[in-house]
Write a protein that binds this ligand. Structure first.
Ligand SMILES: [Zn+2]
Length: 255
């Protein structure tokens, strides 16, 4: 049976998402910004929390773990490289490891850059990827602990997922990301169409995610740093992609 998901907003602009296996009844929370909105979502869906899959150690992704663990006795899965900074971890995982949520099966993809141990969870049979703060719709996370080269390599790994993979990210930053992306690719028609779509969604109070990796590849400048037309727009023709990525990220930091 295919996986079911339930998206929820938490803190100011964090997304939480529940991943549910209807066959076994298992339910995972991808990260846990705070406990109360996740408990409310569990009541709404009538799902039982069995697992928390953590992408990275930041407090706005882990603040709810201790309370949820106490209440539901759920398993906490976390990246091996930063498990020491995450509360109540039961199982640590690395690149290529498999994580089960009931009968659902996910692969761990290491995506360092935002933090050094950041991971994504890819449930390939269900065409779902949970990417934390590495990739946002039309944006990417700040490079806080790693280097731009590291972040660019991580984004390329996510870009290589099948085009119909649905991406769930950690924050609702899409509208601001589009305003910035238009300064990098003002003539990109796919980006213009996405801007119109996102304005409509936000006006209706709807989330702008999930998005497919195929759609992101056509409009997210951080996934397009190796395209000649983008280098041309930035007057950086012939420069290495990692350097162009670093420049886009630097401009976004000041935007
Ligand atoms: Zn973060």
């Amino acid at each position: 049976m295919p996986a079911e998901t339930h998206l929820l907003l938490s803190l100011k602009d964090n997304y939480g998402v529940l991943l549910h296996d209807p066959e076994s009844g298992a339910t995972a929370s991808i990260d846990a910004p705070e406990a109360a909105p996740i408990e409310a979502a569990l009541r709404t869906t009538d799902w039982r929390l069995t697992d928390i899959l953590v992408t990275h150690h930041h407090a706005d992704h882990t603040g709810g773990i201790a309370a949820l663990k106490e209440k539901y006795k759920c398993r906490v899965v976390a990246p091996a490289k930063e498990a020491a900074k995450i509360p109540a971890v039961d199982q640590t995982v690395r690149e290529g490891d498999t994580v089960k949520v009931g009968k659902l099966s996910g692969n761990v993809i290491e995506t360092p850059g935002h933090t050094l141990g950041h991971i994504a969870y890819w449930f390939h049979a269900d065409k779902l990827a949970f990417v934390g703060d590495t990739l946002f719709s039309i944006g990417c996370g700040r490079v806080i602990e790693g280097t731009p080269e590291m972040m660019w390599a991580s984004l390329k790994k996510l870009r290589d997922l099948p085009n119909d993979t649905e991406i769930y990210c950690g924050h609702e930053y899409t509208a601001a990301n589009i305003r910035f992306a238009r300064t990098i690719e003002p003539d990109n028609p796919v980006l213009a169409a996405r801007e119109a779509q996102v304005s409509r969604l936000i006006a209706e109070g709807e989330p702008t995610i999930p998005v497919t990796i195929g759609d992101e590849k056509l409009a997210n400048p951080f996934l397009r740093a190796d395209l000649p037309e983008l280098a041309g727009n930035m007057t950086m023709d012939g420069e290495p992609a990692a350097k162009i990525f670093a420049e886009i990220r630097a401009r976004k930091n000041k935007f």
